[in-house]
Design a protein around this ligand. Sequence first.
Ligand code: COA
Length: 251
Amino acid sequence: MTDHILVERQGTVQIIRMNRPDKKNALTRAMYAKMSAALAEGDADPAVRVHVFLGVPGAFCAGNDLADFLVVATGGEGGTEVWDFLMALAKVEKPMLSGVDGIAVGIGTTLNLHCDLTFATPRTLFRTPFVDLGLVPEAGSSLLAPQILGRQGAFALLGLGEGFSAERAKAAGLIYEVVAEDALERSVLAAAAQIAAKPPQALKIARDLMRGSGEELVARIKVESEHFRERLKSNEARAALTAFMTRKKVS
Ligand code: COA
């Protein structure tokens, strides 16, 4: 299989790169599994101080692979890979940064709610069309988005499914900084190196204090996941997923 997730180290920074450009970095079960393993390995390794998520030019991530969703929607098995990844995000012990360029849909948006710093380019559009797909918010976003964006901002993102440009996302507190495309990776890696140079124990305590125990987050992800699994089997979701997978492209 082509390597759809590339994991590399630059000094004490671990880079997890989504690398499935032909599908705009839509995430398969194998991709989730590899990202979970990278987070666990990086957390366990004292030589790693920071995790960084990156995509490819123009596509950070188009969300869960909708073909995989359709498998579950039509009675197939979903596996535990998504759940494992969401738990990894909620419980990761080292700072996580992300550099987002272009498409950021579904988990491509909600992943960033778990990051300590997110940089995005001007052409980035954050979007979570869960409700339009007959689904519900995931990855703890129903808890984290209202905390970050307020109730109305969260509803605009998660309920209305409005797109948030990078500028709007910055103004709303969803991301840290907007940087030009050619400066994105440099900026994220510079911030990562800056964080990696901090006294790790003090940094860990500071981060833990800011994030809280995580118990509420884990409990929320569990409730969301129960709804999500139910919703995937609904007529609403089946119809929306089938419509996407069988759409005719206008060229
Ligand atoms: N799952 C599976 N395949 C996906 C995908 C997804 N989430 N997102 C994109 N793809 C595939 C497309 O089917 C297409 O495949 P093909 O070339 O074999 O036909 C390829 O990636 C390129 O996508 P395309 O739609 O042509 O690119 P675009 O730039 O016009 O649009 C998106 C990009 C992301 C806006 C659009 O593909 C889209 O809306 N995807 C669905 C996003 C989504 O709903 N994610 C789930 C959120 S819960």
